[in-house]
Design a protein around this ligand. Structure first.
Ligand code: SF4
Length: 332
């Protein structure tokens, strides 16, 4: 059997030569003990590749949760699921509130301003909001939508309204921990592929319950639909949801999955995103972190004007700086 060092150097070379790793190698890297010296070596190799493929540039993704509303899709990990009864006082950010948040984030160097909604939020309203933001918020940022399912015609309308990026994914155990038919999610991914929207698609929401094979399949799904940003997001256990008692991932394991995504995607998805961020994940190859405010699906905190978990652009700046990246910026 190939030893870990040989496997890691082969994966590093593969990334640097523009290839995507195959599933067997991805799974072998995921099998390394996250607390071992071999995993440190994996993280260092991923950081080396990050310096080459993203030129040490770090970016921020700021998600603004527009509607704090009970969602009838009842995903087993989401605090907004209607059946869990955690959403009591529904609310929605006003246009002015969203604009103020977007202006602040752009001023703080955020590259991607993400308008996130629950599943059935009106696309017309979302597009009106995008047009308004684009007309009043100056700066070099890109608008991202993270909403429900849609077809190609809506994808093109989203582009016309000012969106350049879209977040979408087939989540882990889609159809098991969610009520979605995975094929419906894939139809939306196909519509995105046929439009000029740039796809951002993470492996998520990862918990201790997921096998290496499920994680690898999710990664390859993101690549198959042309994700330009990928990476990993942990499931945050929210008490009162069906998966609320299952423990979350350790920082080491999430950072390992980041390192594997970095080596597996190479130049094909040059930006690798981690959520929630840690200094270790940044040291092991993540160059994108997420700040979020408004309605948060991984908390029962209601709709907040403050950033979630205290992770703000200033902290991100500090961590990226410590990890040897250039200052976060909204310049390409
Ligand atoms: S994850 Fe999305 S679709 Fe699922 S319950 Fe939460 S808001 Fe609804």
């Amino acid at each position: 059997m190939e030893n870990h060092s040989t496997l890691i150097s082969r994966a590093k070379e593969s990334a640097l030569s523009g290839k995507i790793l195959d599933k067997r190698d991805v799974m072998a890297l995921l099998e390394i003990d996250p607390n071992s010296d071999a995993c440190k070596e994996l993280g260092q190799a991923a950081r080396y590749v990050a310096a080459k493929v993203c030129n040490n540039k770090a970016y921020l993704w700021a998600a603004i949760g527009i509607d704090y509303r009970a969602c009838p899709m009842n995903c087993d990990y989401c605090s907004l699921g209607e059946s869990w009864g955690l959403v009591r006082n529904e609310s929605e950010l006003t246009e002015d509130e969203v604009i103020q948040m977007a202006e602040k984030y752009v001023h703080e160097g955020v590259k991607w301003i993400v308008l996130r909604t629950t599943q059935f939020y009106s696309f017309e309203k979302l597009m009106d909001l995008a047009r308004k933001i684009k007309s009043v918020v100056a700066g070099n940022y890109q608008l991202v939508a993270n909403a429900g399912e849609f077809n190609e015609s809506t994808a093109n309308k989203l582009v016309d309204a000012g969106f350049e990026y879209i977040y979408h994914t087939v989540r882990l155990r889609e159809g098991i921990n969610t009520k979605f038919d995975p094929e419906e999610r894939k139809k939306t991914l196909k519509a995105i592929q046929r439009s000029s929207l740039n796809l951002v698609s993470l492996i998520e929401p990862i918990g201790v319950e997921h096998s290496n094979e499920e994680i690898a399949d999710s990664f390859f799904n993101a690549i198959k639909y042309g994700a330009v940003v990928t990476g990993a997001m942990a499931r945050v256990p929210v008490k009162g949801t069906p998966l609320g008692e299952l423990p979350g991932l350790s920082n080491q394991r999430l950072a390992q999955i980041i390192a594997v995504s970095r080596l597996a995607a190479g130049v094909h998805a040059p930006d690798i995103c981690v959520h929630p961020a840690s200094e270790l994940a940044i040291a092991w190859g993540a160059n994108v972190a997420v700040v979020e405010s408004g309605s948060i699906p991984r908390d029962t905190c209601c709709s907040s004007k403050e950033v979630w978990n205290g992770f703000d652009p200033e902290t991100a700046q500090k961590w990226f700086h410590a990890g040897g990246y250039e200052a976060i910026s909204n310049e390409d």
